[in-house]
Design a protein around this ligand. Structure first.
Ligand code: HEM
Length: 482
């Protein structure tokens, strides 16, 4: 009785099972606090294997491929400027600005309107907690899922969550449809589907709304997590920052880095790649469930076993990643490291990065993550110096070493740091040439426009319903060399 969990700690075993034998390891598991998600047709990453999943996944690959890959219709570049300006004007709220950036960017790509990002910010905390072992009690005491709906608080909450999520996915697609009729819909995934471009017509309205919506809500914490970790890296490894800035200044001069600059920016790409490795967005991956009994190197893996690729350990395997606990972007740039690859105009990049999972359940968001992370990190370093507070301030607000919230997508907790614009000329340029504002988070209930507007707790920093609480654990345990 009970469920077998199998923890995979090397890249080789993960590849042997999830790629070479992928047909047997592509199911997902039941989640007691998110009842029905595995069988339902709402959330692509958590759907059980089957025809519906295949249709959604093919659809996502199609729209990713045709959404002007790399530049993504220019939406990330537009948001980079707005985010840099928001951070200049209110640097202490950097964590909020990064989350709003991710929400606005993916909402623009998905529905051609960044304002729909507030719907994603609203629904994510509940679903992310519900699918995490550290979430509701029912995820640990699974027998509680036998309680009938009339007396189960979890089943009632889950029904409400599902209804809210469906609204959050259907309303923006309906809005995109209306704009399409008026001829004002901007380039986006929705437009590709509505105009039945490139073979995207095989999903109906409900399906397209959920395929697009459920692939959008995973694009906020996954990208936001590494962005938070980037701030951490800059505070712990200040000298690296100057090396990246030297490259950006030389290649880009008085403008922000763009996708077209990538071949000339290996140091910047290596920085983003190392952030992903150093502080994994999904350190324990997303489980793959065995569909039939299997034998691997003499061990029985029974049907129904939940197999977890431990990305935290895989990204620290000593033979591939020496000094794995340290942030060393040079491992991607210097031939003496085992991960080095040429030509540097192409490598490092995110293609084939194990942090995005394995086989047919692998992440379809690799290209978008690459574009978004590299251009925003580059823009931040073009504009600012990011460092730990000095003097008394620094003593009162030390920088955490590794502290995250306990949910399946782990985000580095925010902390106090100094963000200074690099020159008066850059300040002038940002204030005159970069568009202002457009936050999705408001100060108080009176400013709410609709049920989706996100309100910041009064006189406090935004903490995204507990997903981005400020760090409190400052017991630094540095690895050798850090
Ligand atoms: C740092 C950024 C990201 C990381 C580390 C990441 C990681 C992952 C991982 C580990 C999986 C599970 C793979 C497996 O089962 O083996 C996954 C699945 C998925 N990801 Fe990502 N992801 C990221 C960004 C994104 C973005 C930006 C999007 C959407 C635009 C996205 C959409 C998805 C979807 C739809 C799935 C489900 C695939 C399936 O179940 O078949 N991800 N991702």
């Amino acid at each position: 009785m009970g469920v077998t969990h199998i923890w995979i700690e090397t890249d080789k075993i993960a590849r042997d099972l999830f790629i070479s034998r992928q047909r047997n390891y592509c199911d997902r598991n039941e989640l007691p606090a998110a009842i029905g998600v595995r069988e339902g047709s709402e959330i692509l990453p958590l759907m059980g294997y089957g025809e519906q999943w295949r249709r959604y996944k093919n659809f996502m690959h199609l729209i990713m491929r045709h959404a002007n890959p790399q530049a993504f219709y220019g939406w990330p570049a537009i948001e980079n400027k707005k985010t840099i300006r928001r951070i200049l004007e209110n640097p202490d709220a950097w964590s909020e600005h990064l989350l709003v950036h991710c929400a606005r960017t993916i909402a623009s790509i998905a529905w051609g309107d960044p304002q729909h990002g507030s719907k994603l910010l609203t629904i994510i905390p509940i679903i992310l907690k519900n699918v995490s072992p550290a979430g509701p009690l029912i995820n640990k005491l699974t027998f509680l899922s036998n309680l009938p709906e009339s007396i189960s608080p979890w089943k009632k909450e889950e029904a409400a969550r599902k209804a809210e999520m469906t609204d959050a996915f259907m309303e923006p697609l309906q809005d995109a449809k209306n704009r399409s009729v008026q001829g004002t819909l901007a380039d986006s995934w929705s437009k590709l589907w509505l105009e039945k471009e490139k073979g995207t017509e095989h999903l109906d309205f409900y399906e397209a709304a959920h395929a697009i919506g459920s692939s959008s809500f995973v694009a906020i914490a996954t990208v936001g997590g590494p962005l938070h970790a980037f701030f951490l890296a800059m505070c712990h490894y200040p000298s690296w920052q100057y090396k990246v800035q030297e490259e950006i200044d030389r290649v880009c001069g008085d403008r922000l880095p763009e996708v077209g600059d990538f071949p000339q920016l290996p140091v910047l790409r290596a920085t983003a790649k190392e952030v992903l490795r150093w502080r994994q967005a999904t350190p324990l991956g997303v489980p793959h469930v065995a569909m039939e009994d299997d034998v691997y190197e003499g061990y029985l893996i029974p049907k129904g076993a939940i197999c977890h690729a431990n990305h935290y350990l895989i990204s620290r395997e000593p033979s591939l990643y020496p000094r794995g606990d340290e942030f060393v972007p040079d491992r991607w740039l210097d031939p003496s490291w085992p991960t080095y690859k040429e030509p540097l105009s192409e490598f490092p990049n995110f293609r084939g990065d194990t942090g995005f999972g394995y086989g047919n359940r692998g992440c379809p968001g690799v290209d978008l993550t690459f574009t978004e992370l590299v251009t925003l990190i580059g823009s931040l370093l073009w504009a600012f110096e990011i460092k730990r507070p000095e003097g008394r301030d620094g003593r009162n607000a030390p920088i955490p070493w590794y502290e995250t919230a306990p949910w399946v997508i782990t985000m580095t907790k925010p902390f106090k740091c100094d963000i200074k614009v690099r020159s008066e000329e850059k300040r002038r340029q940002i204030l005159t040439e970069f568009p202002a504002g457009d936050n999705l988070v408001v100060d108080n209930e009176k400013q709410k426009k609709d049920r989706w507007t996100v309100v910041r707790p009064q006189d406090k920093l935004f903490n995204w319903d507990g997903l981005t609480d400020q760090a409190t654990d400052f017991n630094r345990v540095y690895p050798e060399g850090a």
